[in-house]
Design a protein around this ligand. Sequence first.
Ligand code: NBG
Length: 858
Amino acid sequence: MTSTDYSMLDVHRPDSDLPADETQTTEPNRLGPTFQPTHPVALAPVTAPPHSVDGFVKEFLRELNTGQGVALSRSSVNDQYLALARTVRHYLMARWLENTRKQRHSKARMVGYLSAEYLLGRQLGNALLATDLSDIAEKAMAACGLELDTLRAQEVEPGLGNGGLGRLAACFIDSLATMSVPCIGYGIRYEYGIFKQTFVDGRQVEQPDTWLALGNPWEFAHPESAVQVDFGGHTERYLDTDGVERTRWIPDWNVLGIPYNYMVPGYLNGRVNTLRLWSAQATKSFDLSIFNAGDYAEAVRAQTFAENITKVLYPEDSTPQGKELRLQQQYFFVACSIRDFIDRLMGPEEDLHTLPDRIIFQLNDTHPVIAVPELMRLLVDERKFDWDDAWEITQKCFAYTCHTLLPEALEVWPTDLLGRLLPRHLEIINQINEEFLSQVRATYPDDEIRARRMSIVTDYPERAVRMAYLATVAGSKVNGVAELHSQLLRDKVLPDFSQYWPDKFTNVTNGVTPRRFVKLANPGLSELITDTIGVGWLTDLERLEELEPYAEDADFRVAFAAVKATNKLQLRQLLKARDDIDLPTDHLLDVMVKRLHEYKRQSLKVLHIVTLYEQILSGKVRPEDITPRTFVFGAKAAPGYRLAKETIFLINSVAKVINADPLVQGRLSVAFPANYNVTLAGRLIPAADLSEQISLAGKEASGTGNMKFALNGALTIGTDDGANVEIRRLVGDEHFFLFGLLEPEVADLQSRGYRPHEYYENNPQLKAALDLIASGHFSGGDRGVFEPLVSNLLYEDRFLALADYQSYLDAQAKVEAYYADTEAWTRSAILNVARSGYFSSDRSMRDYIDRIWHTNPA
Ligand code: NBG
């Protein structure tokens, strides 16, 4: 503890250990010449404050006083949080500036991660962890009479993603920084992230996510480095000075992209990479003459129009009206990013023939694929490269990751829209396609049907560009995100392409960062692990296998079970305060958290719950004969996805009835805290006993929640899908509850004609459960409310919930029996942890480096 009582010291007194001026920069900028120091002393290096409680307190008070302009005694929690964040930031700053400077001078190949989503989660805890300042910060805050946890809770998480895809991007950049791999993440700074979910009478109501409202201490805006992005207009041919025919694009409107930099600190390695998010701004933001004439609305119209581009994150399954804006977003951020890399990170003087030596752009799904024609345009039209040269460079600069198997999730842009918004890009895509198809025709001379199938531009149902095809043709590598997914990608989604380029296709199984999802989320388990196998495992997660022998150690099992019990207790406190939910802590905690989607089959989970309840209700089973169990859901439904929203309403309705029914009191309960996000995931997952991964086989590309649960000692009940396959292989069949059709069986059943109502008619339990829902039991007697959901299951059931129902119930019965044997269960839980080290995103990054990027650590 510090000797000074800082709570009495309201105001920081400047002294000599203040950090040096950090505003100086040697970066070029567009508004003026680079600052040239006249005297070398002006370039004093930025130094981190000392790692001591005293040093930290001084920094904090200084930030509070001079940054926030308040004295401690008058400060709000928000003032304190902002000052604390800026204090922590200061410790990273020197390394960040140093890394950035070195990066510019080194000629090493860098990763440019292009992603429309980054689901970062709160930053403060992660920054404290990366700098090893958690203890110091806690003591420093205590010395000021403040609680670190209260300040942490003040942070609004940046929800700049929908789900797994965005969270994966956040895990990847964390791992790259931790492995000292030079990487720049590029994305969009949405003013409103994923909506805030509330429940009103059990129904999802979306509220805007005003994450920036109270200030964001983690970003650095650089309006002086704005990039112009053009849209619309037409193209024309002309002869250049050498008499070569060229094309130029005459756009008819443009916007500015303002970069916002975020630090991406590595764990305890002094590496700080950059995440650069772009925000749109009008080029002529304000037309004074119109404004003076009193037409304020007209004056700000252009501004509003431009700024709309980065206004909101698109929820999945959005409506066609939003489509054009979505394409604008995509082009906007990749155009900014490529420009940024070439002009600022590489330097405008460099020969772009060396571009592939300097960067590999990873395309995170199809969202950034318009970057391909953009780079071609830059090379051919602006830098006057000839087409073949430009194409060779472009192919080396991109690699593509596909994250889905659902055909509707593979983006397709109508040529009408593309031609209107990006006429030159459409021409380039057409030319890429023509040249590609002529090669295909040369390889398969008598197979025009194949050429049509492989065409990037399709004519059916309307003329449109298949972005996944474009990415496959342009990318040096194409990967899926789990073994099964990569296999299906080759065999089912892109079979012609994988035949044509067998070596282009590879797999990289997803992973999750253990820093956030074990260390930060589960401090109790982390401590137990460190006490048992020593330090070092957080950056070498396969070392968790050293825990294996301890599964046989009764004392270790007691300690392990105690951690789980504590986590449940903490979750109970959180849910009480956050949602007024009374979570039992002596139940089997059965958790299903993920986006709401039919293929993920939350409805199958509901059928299981209703079945258990119905059996008691109808007297077939005595309440005391079932395992006390609490079901926890977390899920957001895309606002326009009716069936998903109805499912949320059903879950809430079932929860309401079951939780109020004395018959099952103490036996069954259902909790559905609203607004599932990264922060809540960090609390729910460490407390879970059972992880629900029940998608229809062949539909979940990978899943990453499944990995987080296993790493935190939950057992999985799951189908043979996505990364579940690998989890089961690694943890062992006996420690995993497998059920359901296998992928080939699914395909087979569907080809024979799937009739879900036959399952209903032939299975009395299933019939009773569905009938109970249809009877109005969960809707105050109103039989109409859930009719659409029930009918959908009976007559359509696109994702075969009814076909897998019995198998799922059987597996759940095994769960109950196994859970009764506490020792066996705990043993399995420990083995899940010990055998899941493979699922670190550090390993994923090594695989990307070996199979795709071929980059080196700094
Ligand atoms: C999602 C898949 C998940 C996968 C994540 C990350 C999209 C388009 N895909 O299964 O559904 O884990 O990507 O790869 O969001």
